[in-house]
Design a protein around this ligand. Structure first.
Ligand code: SAM
Ligand code: DTB
Ligand code: SF4
Length: 319
């Protein structure tokens, strides 16, 4: 076997070994790793806004915004810069330290819309917030222009393991995703990439996803772990929810495999109990999306996160 294939096979075996461990042993180890590399009381908070909503050409089976699904979501044109910056100001006031702007695009196209995104990035930075965007596939020169505008992070998820991927998305290849991540990395923008749990994949596919993420060189600075928010009218909308223990397991294994990365407990927290979230924080999750909405689905009821963080003795960045 060539050296690269041997490395990939052993990374997969290691991810699977971790996921198969007794749950509390795994959480205990992950909590130790977390404490070696991070302040365990600190939770990074990002706020999302959807700057262009719906009508996306991709067929991602989980997504409310795909034009291939009938979800009843109202399409919205690209937001004005002023409205986005007003949302960013409000996010900062409510304690977020990073502002993430998402567009329902398959890929970035040159022109007025991209120029507007660059202006949004400059505006968010001028407010003293970290800026993140997620705009679909990206070419190296576009990544460069985002870097010049001051972008801190580009989010582009692998979503799931390679062997399960074509059950979820058919209009974009797994390797296209890796190419976009490479373009971001080459431009000197920090990489935010992770996946979604509960798409109907098995533990083997989750191990594949974690091995892919851990195999990125250098490792991603930020790793969002989403759990499926079932959206009616999408192909995956009525997938049965994943058991909470499997979510905790995956967060813990991610922390061990990616000791220096920020691990974000992302979409799906709205349906998660406080106890499950607490275990995820113990197991190394150290970032959340704040605010009442993600991109198109609910996130947390007002005040719920503040109450939970206070109960657990955790605080935001700079708080
Ligand atoms: N269109 C861009 C793209 O896909 O790269 C950016 C926006 S897209 C909504 C960002 C990510 O959100 C997806 O890659 C997926 O991981 C996550 N996501 C979307 N819908 C979701 C859902 N219903 N439940 C959980 N995660 C979801
Ligand atoms: C990520 O991994 N999760 C966020 C962010 N990156 C852009 C998006 C979650 C979207 C959840 C479904 C919605 O609200 O439309
Ligand atoms: Fe489009 Fe992104 Fe939704 Fe896929 S996840 S359909 S690319 S908005």
């Amino acid at each position: 076997m060539p050296a690269e294939a041997t490395t990939a096979a052993s990374a997969l075996a290691e991810a699977r070994r971790l996921l198969d461990r007794p749950l509390l042993e795994l959480v205990f180890e992950a909590a130790g790793v977390h404490r070696q590399h991070h302040d365990p009381a600190r939770i990074q908070r990002s706020q999302l806004v959807s700057i262009k909503t719906g009508g996306c050409a991709e067929d991602c089976g989980y997504c409310s915004q795909s034009a291939h699904s009938q979800t009843g979501l109202e399409r919205q044109p690209m937001m004005e810069v002023g409205a986005v910056l007003a949302a960013a100001r409000a996010a900062k006031e409510s304690g977020a330290d990073r502002f993430c702007m998402g567009a329902a695009w398959r890929e970035v196209s040159e022109g007025e819309d991209f120029e507007r995104v660059l202006e949004m990035v400059r505006g968010v930075k001028a407010l003293g917030l970290e800026a993140c965007v997620t705009l679909g596939m990206l070419e190296p020169d576009q990544a460069q222009r985002l870097q010049e505008a001051g972008l801190d992070f580009y989010n582009h998820n692998l979503d799931t393991g390679r062997s399960f991927y074509d059950r979820v998305v058919t209009t974009r290849e797994y390797d296209d995703r890796l190419r976009t991540i490479e373009a971001v990395r080459e431009a000197g923008v920090r990489v935010c990439t992770g996946g979604i749990l509960g798409l109907g994949e098995d533990r083997g596919a989750r191990a594949e996803l974690l091995a892919e993420l851990a195999g990125l060189d250098p490792p991603p600075e930020s790793v969002p772990i989403n759990t499926l928010v079932g959206v009616e009218g999408t192909p995956l909308g009525d997938t049965p929810p994943l058991d909470w223990a499997e979510v905790v397991r995956t967060v813990a294994a991610t922390r061990i495999l990616l000791p220096h990365s920020t691990v974000r407990l992302s979409a799906g927290r709205g349906e998660m109990s406080e106890q499950t979230q607490a275990l995820c924080f113990l197991a190394g999750a150290n970032s959340i999306f704040s605010g009442e909405e993600l991109l198109t689905t609910p996130n947390a009821e007002p005040g719920r996160d503040e109450a939970l963080l206070a109960k657990l003795g955790l605080h935001g960045v700079g708080a």
